[in-house]
Write a protein of this length. Structure first.
Lengths: 357, 684
């Protein structure tokens, strides 16, 4: 107990203070209903997202503001490393890898656009994060690579070398970045789950497992939605890109049925299996008739994930849970806010924006 | 001051033609806490409902109210962007007509939004250029040796450098073409001839586009070998100049934002104000039940303002009004909801009123504990934080904070509380002779430091730590007894006789507590050997304890307020016993714990003194000759700062805790709700 206390006491206080400042729902509503991007951003003034307001006021550029916000979040994770022991630190690094993988995927998309599609990427490159997050790699080398082989070479001496090398041929064959993106996501989750076993105590591990299986579910379902609705991909092909964790993964048959026929009953049962009784009642009523859609399942998975993350806050305070809860809740908040602001930038109507969240 | 203000309910009937004037008057006066009228007679309710004007206008007003709220929030948002909000809300004028043309106001706000957004777009374009040049600069800093990269590609750099020339007449067009790419075009004059060279720096990834432009402009490569040393300087300085110029342009654009808002400030304030007034007047109207010829309304107002209200009605209607006044609890034809509560304390007690309201609003006609809290809170704080020097620091901090914050705001009241705590600390510091941890003057009561350090206290009666603990126990007994007394007063005023007698903090509870305190002190005074005699114990403790057994029986004999008698079954007997046993346990253990809880006052006071002693000893250890040196003073200064911050916070929290849990729990059984009249300056 003493060691758990000394390990997590400071972080617990720091992150709880930050979580308490999360934007309330009515503020999010006001942002959605605001008449313009300008007025929507104003609601972030004097909040933990003030950086968006101030950078946007100085530059008029929402993407620069988004980049600064991400840098601030990354800085927090790097700061957290100072307050934990080496083993927990490895786990926090594994979490921070999400930002790194996301940035790397952006670099690879730019490489793909420039080299294989011949597009001008000069307007996109300033928004890459060049600073080191966990590992050293050069964004410049990636985006300047002239072939998939050079791309692989640009990642030599990084943990991503093997991942990208194994999918480079597929990139050429399929002419899409999916294979690399999915391989990178798998790498992130593989690393996260292996760190989970190596670095955490059994109590911390249980908490983390519960949360990240759900996180993978949200990721898998989101991906399947895109494959089905934007690319009309065959189930067989789409399922090759599943991240092998979470409820969806172990209930593949239900999920396949859902993908092919949009019959979501089985997958709901599977998602609810380990969940709270109150949630079960909430989603049970007439789901089949009313919401036979993939997007509804995604909403449920997201809802359960956030619910579990919030539940952690009421559990034992001196565990890894607080870091996980912060990570999940913050990711969700950032995603929501950036979705709203980008939608406002494109003059979407409030109803459409609400549908996107 | 001890009780909330007396309220009275008004039911008003006025001719419908006075709708606007009465609404305006009611808003200006801001006196009525409006309520919806419901009649005790259902038939009458239906009859009046049938006579009410068509509800369509109510719907229209509701939707208008929504639009007004939206417009007000938009205007408020723009004002916030200009950093103007704070004063707008509190300075709503009474002389502006409460009407806003929503369509026109929306257009005005849309125009402003469009203007600012076009400015932001301009900023965004500038930013894109800044980012492009910064990208080049970053590359130059990373792989900086430009000499080696001219006209060839370094394996590391992602820049391409070309030196060459084109037809001088085409130079502007050439530059324009490259403006779309992250690139730099620099003209350099050759030293040995009048010829001008162009140094072109671009990103390697744009190689194809660059080549195409070069071909179009008939670019001729040149070696420029003799000018290599100038190249990097020229490129860096050109880049810096460009970035600086763009940043200046960006700053100028950003400052234009302030100018636009300053220019529109008056218009925004007017939109905000009118929207607010219009909203409020619609809110008042929503409470005016309209029939074909008359308007009916009802609400609460302070009894002492009854005449003011009558005068306002007189001036708004020229005497054509009818008012019916109903006292709280009085029978009438309308259903009377619970009376709202307006605490009636002098302004200097505002911080303590805040502490009470933070817990709950006392029920109407029950005791407002604000003055008692002021006394007990400050006494507890003073005993825990008894140092005149530290008190002075708190006063200064409180006064500075008070000056810097908006009057009547929560934070302002907090600073006021800190100031009061400072005075309390000074009084107790003087009583205990502590000045920044030093005994500069003789204590008026006893030497706290002396006792903690094991020296003389200078007092005959309080000679050791037990003496201090005893004081806090006496204090605790006093606070608990006061809480019980307040409960009895509340029970009598509310005619809750069962509660008065049988409540844990009722007469029987007080009887047991008083006897228990006496017995405990008697026991201690006999060196923990003897209790008071048996007759005392039977009469003063066993008898009231037995009488408490009748608590669940009384409701069986006497009907309650709703006239319901409770049924008696076999299980009721078991329930009686169980309830009685639990009640006894709660009374005995609860009162003991409540009283001993006050020992924390002594605990924190002792901690305060101990910390000061520790810092003094550390300061002495830092000096080599037994006299305080510079380093010693630094230790003392840091120690004092730490003690003021940590102990100040602890003492403040513990005082609050003792008030909430040991004092309020004795009498705060019913809560009320706040009196919220609708006025121009209503908060929501």
């Amino acid at each position: 107990m003493t060691s758990a206390l000394s390990k997590y006491a400071f972080i617990n206080a720091k992150l709880r203070a930050r979580i308490s400042k999360n934007l309330p729902d009515d503020r999010i509503d006001e942002m959605i209903k605001a008449k313009s991007l300008l007025e929507s951003i104003e609601h972030l003034k004097d909040t933990p997202f003030d950086v968006i307001y101030s950078v946007y006021s100085e530059t008029g550029d929402i993407r620069t503001a988004e980049k600064e916000l991400l840098k601030k979040e990354i800085a927090l994770f790097i700061e957290l490393l100072k307050y934990v022991d080496a083993r927990t630190g490895e786990y926090i690094q594994a979490l921070a890898l999400r930002y790194e993988v996301s940035n790397l995927k952006n670099c690879i998309r730019l490489f793909f656009d420039r080299t294989l599609r011949g597009r001008d990427i000069s307007l996109q490159t300033p928004y890459l994060i060049h600073e080191k997050i966990v590992n050293n790699y050069s964004c410049d080398r990636i985006i300047h690579a002239n072939s998939p082989e050079e791309l692989v070479e640009s990642l030599q001496d990084t943990p991503y070398y093997d991942v990208v090398k194994s999918t480079a041929d597929e990139l050429k064959e399929t002419s899409t970045v999916f294979p690399i993106e999915i391989a990178l996501d798998r790498f992130y989750y593989d690393n996260l789950f292996s760190r989970l076993s190596a670095c955490l105590t059994s109590r911390d591990k249980d908490i983390a497992l519960q949360v990240f299986h759900l996180d993978v579910d949200v990721e898998n379902i989101d991906r399947m939605m895109r494959f089905k609705h934007f690319y009309a991909m065959e189930a067989e092909k789409a399922f090759r890109y599943i991240i092998p964790y979470g409820v969806v993964h172990v209930n593949m048959e239900h999920f396949r049925r859902m993908y092919e026929n949009e019959d979501i009953s089985g997958i709901i049962e599977a998602l609810m299996e380990k969940s709270d009784a109150s949630l079960k009642t909430l989603f049970k009523a007439d789901v089949r008739e009313r919401y036979a859609r993939l997007s509804f399942i995604e909403k449920i998975a997201e809802h359960i994930l956030l619910y579990e993350a919030r539940k952690i806050l009421f559990g034992p305070p001196f565990t890894i849970g607080i870091i996980l809860a912060y990570f999940i809740l913050k990711q969700d908040e950032i995603k929501k806010i950036m979705t709203i602001l980008n939608a406002k930038n494109y003059n979407y109507q409030p109803e459409r924006i609400s549908g996107l969240l | 001051m001890i009780f909330p203000e007396k309220m009275i309910q008004v039911i008003g009937i006025i001719p419908r033609r006075y709708n606007e004037t009465v609404t305006k008057k009611l808003l200006q006066q801001g006196l009525v806490h409006f309520i919806n009228i419901h009649y005790t007679d259902q038939a009458l309710e239906e009859k009046i409902e049938a006579a009410e004007a068509a509800p369509s206008s109510a719907e229209a007003e509701k939707s208008q109210s929504v639009s007004l709220t939206e417009i007000r929030r938009r205007a408020e948002g723009f004002l916030r962007m200009a950093g103007e909000t704070g004063n707008v809300q509190s300075s709503l004028p009474d002389n502006i007509e409460p009407v806003l043309d929503c369509a026109e106001a929306e257009k005005e706000l849309d125009r402003l939004a469009t203007r600012i957004e076009s400015l932001r777009n301009r900023q965004s374009t500038i930013q894109t250029n800044i980012l492009k040049f910064e990208d080049i600069k970053r590359q130059m800093d990373l792989y900086g040796d430009l000499k080696s990269t001219i006209s060839k590609s370094s394996p590391l750099s992602f820049l391409q450098i070309h030196a060459g020339s084109i037809d001088p007449a085409l130079i502007d067009g050439f530059k324009n073409e490259f403006a779309a790419l992250p690139s730099l075009v620099i003209e350099i004059a050759a030293k040995e001839s009048r010829e001008k060279f162009i140094l072109l720096i671009n990103m390697k990834r744009d190689e194809l586009a660059v080549k195409a432009i070069m071909e179009r402009y008939h670019w001729t490569d040149s070696l420029m070998s003799s000018y290599k040393e100038d190249i990097k300087d020229a490129a860096v300085s050109e880049l810096n100049e460009k970035i600086t110029a763009l940043k200046k342009e960006q700053e100028k654009a950003a400052s234009e934002f302030g100018s636009i808002l300053a220019e529109k400030k008056d218009a925004l304030v007017e939109i905000y104000t009118r929207a607010r007034l219009h909203e409020m007047s619609l809110r008042v109207k929503s409470y005016l039940n309209s029939t074909e010829y008359a308007l009916l309304f009802s609400g609460w107002l302070p009894l002492k303002r009854q005449k003011d209200f009558e005068r306002a009605m007189q001036s708004a209607t020229g005497g054509e009004f009818y008012l019916e006044w109903i006292n709280p609890g009085e029978e009438s034809m309308v259903v009377q909801p619970a009376t709202p509560v307006k605490l009636d304390n002098p302004p200097f007690l505002a911080p303590f009123e805040m502490l009470v309201e933070n817990f709950a609003i006392p029920a109407y006609a029950s005791i407002d504990p604000t003055p008692f809290v002021a006394l007990s809170y400050l006494m507890m704080f003073g005993m825990m934080f008894s140092d005149a020097g530290h008190g002075l620091v708190l006063i200064l901090a409180g006064l500075i904070g008070n000056r810097r914050t908006k009057a009547k705001s929560g934070i302002n009241k907090l600073y006021q509380l800190i100031t009061y705590c400072g005075f309390s600390a000074i009084i107790f510091g003087v009583l205990f002779g502590s000045y920044f941890g030093f005994a500069l003057f003789k204590p008026l009561w006893f030497n706290y430091h002396g006792i903690v350090a094991g020296h003389s206290s200078g007092n005959l009666y309080i000679t050791d730590i037990y003496g201090i603990l005893k004081i806090t126990i006496y204090f605790g007994v006093f606070i608990i007894a006061m809480g019980m007394l307040l409960n009895w007063i509340n029970a009598v005023r509310k005619k809750r006789w069962l509660r008065l007698v049988f409540d844990k903090t009722g007469v029987l509870g007080g009887w047991i507590y008083g006897a228990g305190v006496y017995a405990a002190f008697y026991f201690v005074s006999t060196d923990y050997k003897t209790l008071p005699d048996r007759r005392f114990l039977i009469l003063m403790i066993a008898l009231p304890a037995l009488l408490l057994f009748f608590k669940p029986i009384v409701p069986l004999i006497f009907p309650d307020r709703e006239g319901k008698k409770h049924a008696f079954t076999f299980s009721t007997v078991i329930d009686f016993f169980m309830e009685w046993i639990v009640e006894m346990l709660e009374i005995f253990s609860g009162f003991l714990a409540n009283t001993l809880s006050f020992m924390r006052v002594a605990g924190l006071g002792i901690a305060h003194v101990s910390l000061m002693i520790a810092f003094y000893q550390m300061a002495m250890m830092a000096s080599s000759d037994g006299r305080l040196g510079l380093f010693s003073y630094v230790i003392l200064l840091l120690g004092n700062i730490l003690v003021v911050l940590l102990e100040g916070l602890s003492a403040g929290i513990q005082s609050l805790r003792l008030n909430y849990y040991e004092f309020f729990s004795k009498f705060f059984q019913e809560t009320g709700y706040r009196y919220k009249p609708i006025s121009y300056s209503s908060k929501d």
